[in-house]
Unconditional design. Structure first.
Length: 310
């Protein structure tokens, strides 16, 4: 495969560079508490701005059966002329080496693609003990991987409330685990984004409770999945959008009956994100019945049409 020509970079003036350096020095001179507050304030974004990505999960049919690998996925994304790729952890080789991570980083860069993030499986609705420590270690391991291949954000899960456990207790456990991982994530400069992935995060109200328990943190936010709310999808999106640091856009939303998949109103979704002043990636996560080889480009075209029309 031939190398793709890289995009032009925006030049920064000497004055602008010096100004930014002075501001950074000011942040570093503050106490840790004041630095955290100032960095947290950076989430108060102004004008909305969207960049388009694609989640490797969209091609799970081929990535799972071995007909595609992540190299092939990156090639597909380059053909669609989008901004970035989301490299889902499920499709990495069993043995991950620094050489392989460097290879992915190089592959994406030469194809003019950012790596918008990665996504992992974990369960934080568990009490202190071996299972919990294992999942915390798993998240920390992927923080190291993400830092190595320049993925700025990791999508994490919360889990389900265990039988015989109150929701309040599960929220405490989940928040505690996230806070432990965030202490490591901030050292590596990696964001953790909690997804509304069913279970305890099925409702926006509970997702917000977990986030409130975690508290304001400069490296934490929500991974808003537009297809996962089941009772009031657009209302729940609006209730968490202000916390979003990454967005996964499905090819459906769930109807009021809580089960039926219906076509998403992209215009409405983008309006919700604009109202929240969201600036970041929209990663298409395709789950349709049509073969992803044709379905993903089709839905990507529809998403791009709505984004670029505004």
């Amino acid at each position: 495969m031939g190398d793709y020509q890289m995009k032009n970079t925006t030049k920064v003036s000497r004055r602008g560079f010096c100004k930014r350096g002075t501001m950074l020095a000011g942040v570093l001179a503050l106490s840790p508490a004041h630095s955290s507050i100032l960095l947290a304030d950076s989430f108060k974004r102004s004008a909305p701005h969207f960049k388009i990505s694609c989640a490797a999960y969209s091609y799970r049919k081929y990535l799972t059966n071995g007909e595609m690998d992540l190299d092939d996925f990156i090639d597909k994304c380059a053909e669609m002329e989008i901004d970035a790729v989301e490299l889902t952890s499920y499709y990495f080789p069993e043995k991950i080496t620094i050489e392989y991570l460097n290879h992915l980083k190089r592959k994406a860069f030469l194809n003019g693609l950012d790596i918008s993030g990665t996504a992992i499986r974990n369960n934080f609705c568990v009490p202190p003990g071996g299972e919990r420590e294992c999942d915390i270690a798993h998240v920390k391991k992927w923080i190291d991987y993400a830092a190595a291949f320049s993925a700025p954000c990791i999508r994490i899960f919360a889990g389900k409330v265990p039988e015989g456990t109150s929701e309040e207790q599960a929220i405490e456990w989940c928040a505690d685990c996230i806070k432990i991982c965030l202490e490591y994530a901030k050292k590596r400069g990696i964001f953790l984004a909690l997804e509304n992935h069913g279970g305890i995060t099925a409702r926006a109200a509970t997702l917000n409770k977990i986030c409130d328990k975690v508290g304001d943190h400069p490296w934490f936010g929500v991974n808003l999945d537009t297809g996962n709310f089941r009772t009031d999808p657009y209302g729940d999106m609006a209730r968490v959008a202000r916390r979003a640091i990454n967005v996964q856009v499905k090819d459906y939303v769930i109807a009021a009956d809580g089960n039926t998949r219906i076509e998403p109103d992209f215009k409405r979704i983008l309006s919700i994100l604009r109202e929240a002043h969201y600036r970041g990636y929209l990663a298409l996560e395709y789950e349709g019945e049509e073969d992803p080889l044709t379905g993903v480009p089709k839905w990507m075209g529809r998403l791009k049409e709505h984004v670029y029309a505004s």
